[in-house]
Design a protein around this ligand. Sequence first.
Ligand code: ZN
Length: 143
Amino acid sequence: MTYDRNAASTLLTALAFARHGHAVFPLWWPVTHNGQTVCACGRLCGKQGGKHPHSRFAPNGIHSATLDSGIIKLLFGLRCPEANLGVSTEKLVVIDADPRHGGDEALAARCRALGARRPAAAAHTSFSPPLTTSPSRASPQTR
Ligand SMILES: [Zn+2]
């Protein structure tokens, strides 16, 4: 199995989300095994592969999310540095732009209309609510 994500970047991103009041939790991650991408949990997870809560370090899924920087450093820095990052969306509005169906162009047009900047390579864009038409209030964050 191979793994090629930047674990330090995930830890820093998790800490940044927590600093902004968004609780985080670890997810399983995708791995390459015999030329195929599979979930690191070892089960056949289908489309949820590499995207579902880590059974050991987030046993209650979103309810295991934390803002505690010490716990975040322990989880993402020591215990499970390969983990994908799960973020509580309790205080966010998240848009999953599906580029296969024109979602990226539609989102870019909407961001232009709002006067918000949208990074080009982001698969997901989140906004701090309230989402308004005021350009100064729309603040996209990406992951
Ligand atoms: Zn899995």
